[in-house]
Design a protein around this ligand. Structure first.
Ligand code: ADE
Length: 261
């Protein structure tokens, strides 16, 4: 998978992503990160890329032309790479609080693309006309406003890249951890067996794999019920697991009832 980022701050993106697991995946050639500085495509003698908004108002708007030229340059690079293969145009994601909120399902869907282009805005945004011309997806990382699109692009690239085979050392772990199957991850423990008087749950020391798996599923359900009950309708529970959840709900109802007495 090749990630491409159109940005005014390429060093922020490459600095953040060239470390740790994602940095190692880049070194190994499992993914690549190509940052394109929009400012390099300014035709202004002072390299300016922004101007006042038509109609007035606060802040500055990034002009259409440098974004369009940067995009065309990148599209040419990608076309060269895939020459003669009759490839469809890569998706262009504009990171903006105005899009639907990114989630694990979207990360999975995007991880199946060969190239992804992220367009990062700053100031009061980008001239609408170039967005209409090049953007295929508008995606937000949450209902809050950041100063620019670089951090959201990095968040999404991290979440997508770790789903690509070989990026995580442990192939199974991306499948089984938090949010797989809409359940939060079960609690984890490592040595020592007792820490500050708190013991590791007995069952994890039993060596009985089937019982451990069942316990972990229950813990995942319990944790999701307590911390993110909104996720539960999307979880695939067996009949037995659904009964376990029903018992949790019932117990919680009794506790709530006692509190109000
Ligand atoms: N740019 C500024 N804030 C953002 C957000 N919450 N998500 C995506 N892009 C953004």
């Amino acid at each position: 998978m090749d990630f491409h980022v159109l940005t005014l701050f390429p060093e922020m993106v490459s600095g953040g992503l060239n470390t740790s697991i994602i940095g190692r995946a880049i070194d190994k050639g499992l993914i690549s990160l190509n940052t394109i500085n929009i400012r390099d495509f300014s035709k202004d003698k002072h390299n300016r890329v922004d101007d006042y908004p038509y109609g007035g108002g606060a802040g500055m708007v990034i002009q259409a032309e440098p974004v369009y030229l940067a995009y065309n340059h990148l599209a040419g690079q990608i076309q060269e790479k895939t020459a003669n293969q009759d490839k469809k145009k890569p998706r262009v994601i504009y990171v903006t609080p105005q899009g639907p909120v990114f989630d694990q399902k979207k990360a999975q869907e995007l991880s199946e693309e060969e190239d992804l282009i992220f367009l990062c805005g700053h100031y009061e945004g980008i001239d609408e006309r170039v967005l209409e011309m090049i953007v295929t997806d508008y995606i937000s990382i949450g209902d809050y406003v950041l100063t620019g699109g670089e951090l959201p692009a990095m968040v999404m690239i991290d979440a997508i890249a770790r789903l690509i085979p070989g990026v995580l050392n442990n192939e199974v772990s991306s499948e089984f951890e938090s949010l797989h199957d809409n359940l939060l991850e079960y609690p984890q423990y490592t040595r020592p067996e007792v820490f500050c008087g708190r013991s590791v749950p007995e069952i994890l020391l039993s060596g009985h794999h089937a019982n451990i798996e069942a316990w972990r599923r229950e813990q995942a359900i319990k944790r999701t019920y307590e911390r993110r009950p909104d996720l539960l309708p999307g979880a695939n529970l067996t009949k037995k697991e659904q009964e376990y959840l029903n018992r949790l709900v019932e117990q919680n109802g009794q506790k709530e009832g006692q509190k109000t007495k």
